[in-house]
Design a binder for this molecule. Structure first.
Ligand code: 13P
Ligand code: SF4
Length: 338
């Protein structure tokens, strides 16, 4: 029975039984219930470590499209759970906290997008995966930061395109493809906060450090990057590059996997504008950090919160996701599979 207090809070707020081995109990429930735990790189290290699979947005979608588990537990944010549900409507999809939203997804609602599309007849709509199911239902093809260029390149050069909601990723794709897509004016509050001056100050102290930048960062930050890529792309670069120091301009959860993969290398989180000092603070996505081991235990135990998507929206949103997965087939998203 789903308690009223849980519904109000958006997560199961039952106390954890005393003295239990949380990690062992979580793994045990997964086995009993044929459940898999997926986690995004921005979640807490303890959540990543217990997951069956850790990856970027593309890898998570690719993975959920092929799982034979009965239950998918998505440790990430709401739109990721929705993507899983759209891909697997017959499975039970669980998230840990319904409050785990996304400022980027919030920056584009379906009604506003519909109006914009109606004002621009003849345009195809390309949506970043960080969108609601209702926005995806209005979309011709979905992209992630791993495959955005590949997907855009699949359109004829003169195709008229609307790209949303991330204006920074859209601007980056325009610059590397020579296109002039119409950009939605949305953004992520985490990636929009990095301080150019503070990153340059760290670089001055660590002249050999490589600067890793996620394309959700604004253009001035992109400009000083040694590499621009998705979380998985940046992780791959940090593993393969011979440098020993890296300044990382994306959500700081990715440092967990980087440090695990390269214990001998130094990873410095790029600081946001809002802190006083340089080099000792990092940018965290408060939504991602709502995912905790305690909530994971309760979510599995009570099989709630579930993600539900209206069947009509699900069918309409599936098409652009399937199209993305089809185009990306050849592209093996670099991933941390366990
Ligand atoms: P990627 O995992 O595709 O790099 O996306 C980052 C992100 O913002 C997820 O919310
Ligand atoms: Fe959304 Fe930004 Fe958090 Fe990613 S980091 S989930 S884009 S708010």
């Amino acid at each position: 029975m789903i308690k009223e207090s849980w519904k109000q809070k958006g997560f199961v707020d039952e106390p954890i039984p005393e003295g239990i081995d949380l990690a062992a109990e979580i793994r045990k429930m997964c086995k009993e219930k044929n459940a898999v735990i997926l986690a995004h790189y921005y979640t807490d290290g303890a959540v990543q470590d217990i997951a069956d699979f850790v990856g970027d947005s593309l890898a998570l979608a690719q993975w959920s499209a092929k799982t034979d588990a009965d239950i998918i537990v998505m440790c990430g944010v709401h739109f990721m759970g929705e993507t899983n549900k759209i891909l697997c409507p017959d499975k039970k999809v669980l998230v840990l906290d319904l409050n785990a939203g996304c400022s980027l997804a919030d920056s584009c609602n379906a009604a506003d997008l519909k109006k914009f599309v109606d004002e621009h007849p003849g345009y195809k709509v390309v949506s970043y995966v960080n969108t609601t199911a209702a926005v995806k239902a209005l979309t011709d093809v979905v992209v992630t930061s791993s495959n955005a260029k590949l997907v855009i390149d699949s359109f004829p050069q003169d195709e008229k395109l609307i790209f949303g909601p991330d204006k920074n990723l859209g601007g980056y794709i325009n610059s590397v493809t020579g296109r002039n897509m119409l950009l939605w004016n949305g953004g992520c509050h985490v990636h929009g906060q990095f301080s150019l001056a503070k990153i340059l100050a760290i670089k001055a102290e660590h002249p050999n450090a490589k600067i890793l930048v996620h394309p959700e960062c604004p253009a001035p930050i992109q400009k000083i990057a040694d590499v621009i890529g998705s979380t998985a792309g940046l992780l791959k670069y940090s593993i393969e590059n011979e440098a020993t120091e890296f300044i990382v301009a994306t959500e700081s959860g990715i440092l967990h996997e980087m440090q695990k993969a390269c214990p001998q290398k130094t990873f410095i989180p790029a600081p946001p504008e809002t802190t006083e000092s340089i080099g000792c603070s990092c940018n965290e996505c408060a939504y991602m950090k709502l995912n905790t081991l305690e909530k994971l235990y309760n979510t599995l135990r009570y099989e709630w919160p579930t993600i539900e998507v209206d069947p009509d929206i699900q069918q309409k949103a599936l098409r652009p996701i399937d199209r993305m997965l089809e185009i990306s087939k050849a592209l093996k998203s670099p991933m941390a599979n366990k």
